[in-house]
Design a protein around this ligand. Structure first.
Ligand code: SF4
Length: 180
């Protein structure tokens, strides 16, 4: 090509097919969205559905999400899979605070998002004590629904909205400013 074997329209076509340009930010977002490390963490029956997303049928390894980490310091996604009791909420919040930025949270199932069928004084919805990026409805949500939520999260990560949760929720320190 450099010796003149391609010229004019042929050269334009070759360059369009062979060369890709992008920005560093978009390349980083692409890599980040395809290499999310979820935390090994389950709360209730929804967790059983969550476990199956790494098995052969759905195999979220296809999207770079399969490496569940045992420490919050090595994870950037927490999936709240099940109902959250008042007692458990501060524990979850502490685990979330121990994760490094940028970090994300999926609320899985009706219990976690709205207290679901166990709507009583002992439970608390996840939005009340931490920022949630994606809600996956259902009781339990099928593994396909969780996979859909994960792909929604990937879209968010790869889109323009890439700030940490403090910017997204107008937070100061470790406190969200609700309604900001
Ligand atoms: S939403 Fe349904 S499956 Fe999930 S924790 Fe609640 S009762 Fe269990």
């Amino acid at each position: 090509m450099l010796r003149g074997s391609l010229e004019g329209d042929d050269l334009d076509r070759y360059v369009e097919q062979a060369v890709m340009t992008t920005t560093l930010d978009r390349a980083v977002a692409w890599a980040q969205g395809n290499s999310i490390y979820p935390l090994t963490f389950g709360l209730a029956c929804c967790a059983i559905e969550m476990m199956s997303i790494v098995a052969a049928r759905l195999d979220i390894a296809r999207f770079g999400f399969e490496a569940f980490r045992a420490s919050p310091r090595q994870a950037d996604l927490i999936i709240l899979s099940g109902r959250v009791s008042m007692k458990m909420a501060p524990v979850i919040r502490r685990i979330y605070d121990q994760m490094l930025e940028p970090k994300f949270a999926i609320s899985m199932g009706a219990c976690c998002s709205s207290m679901g069928v166990f709507n009583n004084y002992a439970l608390v919805p996840s939005d009340k004590f931490m920022p949630i990026d994606v809600h996956v409805p259902g009781c339990p949500p099928r593994p396909e629904a969780l996979a859909h939520g994960i792909l929604k999260l990937r879209d968010k990560v790869q889109g323009t909205d890439r700030e940490g949760w403090r910017e997204r929720y107008g937070a100061v320190g470790t406190e969200e400013i609700l309604g900001a």
